[in-house]
Design a protein around this ligand. Structure first.
Ligand code: ZN
Ligand code: ZN
Length: 131
């Protein structure tokens, strides 16, 4: 995509994503970018987020809460999703790429990757549950 027009708004969206570790939804990105670009629409933010995902500069985190969460960290890593507050947290853990081989064992096609997320209670919700 060499003919992609440079967009200051897209750059601002990307910069914002890089500063966040909490995997914001399009709404959260919109509410923050709007402070800098008051005329931007949610649709524009959404289009730019999708574009960043398409060109590999952001990833969409698959979760079960129905909202799309975006991540500026495109290095392979695993996510945890809290079933109570829906927060999305990066997990520091060893690489489990061997599950591709596990999956390939009884499969005649070619496994090229996997998408895995972990779920349960985040530390904050766990503390609340204790009290
Ligand atoms: Zn939680
Ligand atoms: Zn992440």
């Amino acid at each position: 995509m060499a003919n992609l027009k440079y967009s200051r708004q897209r750059e601002a969206i990307k910069t914002f994503l890089m500063t966040r570790k909490d995997h914001p939804t399009a709404d959260v990105v919109y509410n923050n970018i709007r402070k800098e670009y008051p005329n931007i629409s949610l649709g524009t933010v959404y289009r730019n987020l999708s574009l960043l995902v398409d060109i590999g500069e952001a990833i969409k985190v698959p979760t079960s809460d129905g909202a799309e969460h975006f991540d500026g960290n495109v290095m392979p890593h695993y996510h945890f999703v809290c079933t109570r507050c829906n927060s999305v947290i990066d997990l520091e853990m060893e690489d489990i790429d061997y599950i591709n081989e596990v999956a390939a064992k009884n499969f005649l096609g070619k496994i090229e990757g996997h998408s895995t997320f972990f779920y349960g209670l985040c530390p904050e919700c766990m503390n609340k549950a204790d009290n």
